[in-house]
Design a protein around this ligand. Structure first.
Ligand code: NAD
Length: 336
């Protein structure tokens, strides 16, 4: 099979993690990198023996590429992914999928009409613990799943420094919810079997804006809490924060009619012959980013819908939009 030729757009920490992930695979070759910071682009190009660009449109036109990773600030996810899809390239786009569901729908429709793969980088699905938990669930160990809890708290962890776009709604789409809440939400929703969301009730707070980056336009949430209901009558409780007066940490819990799963660390709660049993599975060590980029390339090469599909991107954005709408109106948001 011919190697898939990839370019990376945006060379912050996630962009460099995608690069490393692709390089771990013999099915891929990275041929170009792009960042508006010319020094960073050149440094990464030299280190990896690839071409450097500072303009993604020039890279899409000149470099011999099959696919790109879009690792840019949130407001650039939709326009740059659309540029890449229109140029005939498969796209792996960082989280959150877009600023809102409307953008995500446009991205999905464009990928479909161009018959190209559009996948979102929700890397928690590719951690060793998630893969193992999903395995237990697929074997029926949990029975019918009807409850999920997704928690991602930072006691103090508002993005700062030069990355003030994170706290500016026009460029980020939202705060803690869209930035880290999306990771926890996606992971729990995935383990629950991605049921169709039907309604959302939530609140979002901005209580720590005085701790944000200097001279920033901090108009987003620093914490959010929500209850999501699904068409199969399952419910999911989501809690997330960049700043909260409680300990930081992440917890994903899923419960079904036969058993439950909790992580991290991964624990399975089940019953054998009427006895309650706790299982502590041995979790292999793997690199979630390398698993993620390998899955993207495999989906392209086998022409298969990726695990984090463009449709999942739309539904995730519908849930996030719904929480922000519910917080603003004080009412439950219905999702169609
Ligand atoms: N999956 C994860 O765990 C994870 C972790 C952190 C960030 N992210 C996501 O990755 C994305 C980028 O986040 P970040 O922390 O790297 O942000 P960042 O601001 O630190 O870096 C973004 C990079 O993109 C470059 N850039 C900005 N505009 C550009 C343009 N028009 N053309 C070319 N380059 C441009 C910047 O120079 C910078 O190097 C965000 O969407 C964020 O949500 C994901």
């Amino acid at each position: 099979m011919k190697k898939t030729k990839v370019g990376i757009i945006g060379l912050g920490w996630p962009g460099r993690a995608h690069l490393k992930g692709y390089q771990a695979s013999d099915k891929t070759s990275v041929v170009a990198v792009c960042d508006m910071n010319a020094e960073l682009a050149q440094q990464q190009a030299d280190e990896n023996d690839v071409d450097a660009y500072t303009d993604h449109k020039k890279m899409l036109k000149e470099a011999d590429l099959d696919a790109v990773s879009v690792c840019l600030p949130n407001f650039l996810h939709a326009p740059v992914s659309l540029d890449a899809l229109r140029a005939g390239k498969h796209v792996l786009c960082e989280k959150p999928p877009a600023l809102n569901a409307q953008e995500a729908r446009k991205m999905a429709a464009t990928a479909k009409s161009k018959k190209l793969t559009l996948m979102y980088a929700l890397c928690q699905r590719f951690s060793a613990e998630s893969i193992l938990a999903k395995d237990y669930i697929s074997k029926g160990e949990l029975g019918d799943i009807y409850y999920g809890r997704a928690v991602y708290h930072r006691r103090r962890g508002i993005p700062g420094g030069s990355r003030s776009w994170f706290v500016d709604k026009k460029r980020s789409g939202g705060g803690a919810l869209i930035d880290i809440g999306v990771h926890a939400l996606d992971c729990a929703w995935w383990l629950m079997g991605t049921p169709k969301p039907v309604s959302v009730s939530g609140m979002a707070y901005g209580k720590f804006r005085h701790l944000g980056p200097k001279d920033s336009n901090f108009d987003v949430d620093d914490s959010a809490f929500a209850l999501i209901k699904f068409a199969n009558e399952a419910t999911l409780i989501l809690e997330c924060s960049w700043a909260l007066n409680l300990p930081g940490g992440s917890v994903i819990q899923i419960a079904g009619t036969k058993g439950g799963a909790s992580m991290s660390p991964l624990k399975i709660y089940t019953e054998r012959e009427g006895l309650q049993i706790d299982i502590d599975p041995e979790v292999p060590s793997t690199d979630a980013f390398a698993n993620q980029t390998a899955h993207f390339v495999d989906s392209i090469q086998r022409k298969k819908t990726p695990l984090v599909s463009s449709e999942h991107g739309v539904q995730l954005m519908q849930m996030l939009d719904g929480i922000y709408q519910s917080a603003a109106t004080g009412k439950e948001t219905r999702i169609r």
